[in-house]
Design a protein around this ligand. Structure first.
Ligand code: NAD
Ligand code: TDX
Length: 354
């Protein structure tokens, strides 16, 4: 099996690349990522030398390059690449529409023309909007996105489904809840809190801090995607939830306690505009059909994640001072003539193992 993974230098994508290389020793991976601010090749440092992993710096909006990449014997696509941060989408939604909607359509079309046998589109629980009361959204619940990010993900989710309805292209859509774990960019709630608390900086709590998110350890999401990729039914949607709902303030207190830092570091700040109060999905379908359920206990996953950020101060520092952004150029673009020779006709650099 040759898998093409988009967005594989980001948080979930890089965890998925490692997971698949480990769990499927005969698989090879073509990892296609444009390395935006949230793409970090250091997330992949322990697989860059693996001959079953090939990194291609490319934009999913670049039709020619994507078509050439998928024409190289790729069997299936798992599509993570996206602009993923709600706050950034509130400041400027344009790149969200560009990447998440137009980029996804470009990728779907290239994949369809290449005759790819399976396409997993990684969507999100945010497409359903805020869940009232104790309600849990099912796969057939209406879409009601609030932020420009969520709206762009809802649009791409629908375009993906349209490719199944219209062309019988074998798309499966997944809608997962809030992930946490190693390698998450520290603009998102949990890694931001951990990084700031380690350095005794104040941690921002939006509004009253009583918004509820359903947290899932990233490896449980990877296992769910593996199950969907191999055993999911074409044209179907699968919710993936952690079954682990917490108000934000409780998460903040828990992190501060584990790091032995004072709760006084919490600073209530102005709320996020259009802030969804609660996310909640019903995962009964994937549990009954594919036999998946989350395995990581939240307390254990959170403690392990905190340990990871504490023990990976160099990774954190490189993100803070932006040094991670020059790693690609240092490693690949200027390294030697051999690599220059394998640049493809579109001028997009391909990386092979070092
Ligand atoms: P991330 O921001 O950490 O990673 C996104 C990756 O996509 C980066 O490596 C980036 O360089 C790449 N990328 C962005 N634009 C690109 C483009 N035009 N061409 C090629 N690559 C591009 O995001 P994440 O948290 O790992 O999320 C991955 C996917 O999972 C997204 O589609 C997101 O919507 C979805 N998702 C995330 C969560 C979560 O809690 N983080 C939950 C549910 C679903
Ligand atoms: O500084 C903060 N303070 C704060 O109170 C930040 C960054 C967040 N928050 C709150 C907002 C949310 O209620 O914490 C909660 C989680 O925020 P984010 O980490 O930004 O996640 P969220 O907005 O819930 O969206 C996430 O889950 C679904 C991901 O970013 C998406 O990519 C995914 O689709």
């Amino acid at each position: 099996m040759k898998l093409a993974i988009t967005g594989g230098a980001g948080f979930i994508g890089s965890n998925f690349v490692r997971y698949m290389l480990r769990e499927h020793p005969t698989y090879s991976i073509l990892n296609l990522d444009s390395l935006t601010y949230s793409g970090n090749l250091k997330n992949l440092s322990n697989v860059l030398a693996n001959p079953r992993h090939e990194f291609l710096k490319a934009d999913i909006c670049d039709r020619d390059v994507v078509a050439r990449a998928l024409a190289q014997g790729v069997d299936a696509v798992v599509h993570f690449a996206a602009e993923s941060h709600v706050d950034r989408s509130i400041l400027d939604g344009s790149v969200f529409v560009q990447t998440n909607v137009l980029g996804t359509q470009c990728l779907l079309e290239a994949a369809r023309q290449a005759g790819i046998g399976r396409f997993v589109h990684v969507s999100t629980d945010e497409v359903y909007g805020s869940a009232p009361g104790a309600q849990k959204f099912r796969e057939d619940s209406p879409l009601n996105p609030s932020s420009p990010y969520a709206a762009s993900k809802a649009a791409s989710d629908l375009v993906a489904r349209a490719y199944f309805q219209t062309y019988h292209f074998p798309v499966i859509v997944t809608r997962c809840s809030n992930n946490f774990g190693p390698y998450q960019f520290p603009e998102k709630f949990i890694p931001l809190l951990i990084s700031r608390a380690i350095e005794d900086q104040s941690i921002p709590i939006y509004g009253d801090g009583l918004q509820v998110r359903d947290w899932i350890f990233v490896q449980d999401h990877c296992r769910a995607l593996d199950a969907v990729l191999h055993r999911g039914r074409e044209g179907e949607i699968y919710n993936i939830g952690g079954g682990n709902e917490w108000p934000n303030v409780d998460i903040a207190r828990h992190i501060l306690d584990l790091l032995r830092k004072p709760h006084a570091l919490m600073k209530y700040v102005q709320d996020r505009p259009g802030h969804d109060r609660r996310y909640s999905v019903d995962s009964a379908k994937i549990e009954t059909e594919l036999g998946w359920k989350p395995e990581m206990a939240f307390a254990q996953g959170l403690a392990g994640t905190i340990d990871w950020y504490v023990n990976n101060a160099v990774w954190r520092k490189r993100v803070q001072n932006q040094a991670y952004r020059s790693y690609y150029a240092e490693q690949y673009e200027q390294r030697d003539e051999t690599l220059k020779k394998i640049q493809n006709p579109g001028g997009v650099a391909r990386c092979v193992s070092s």
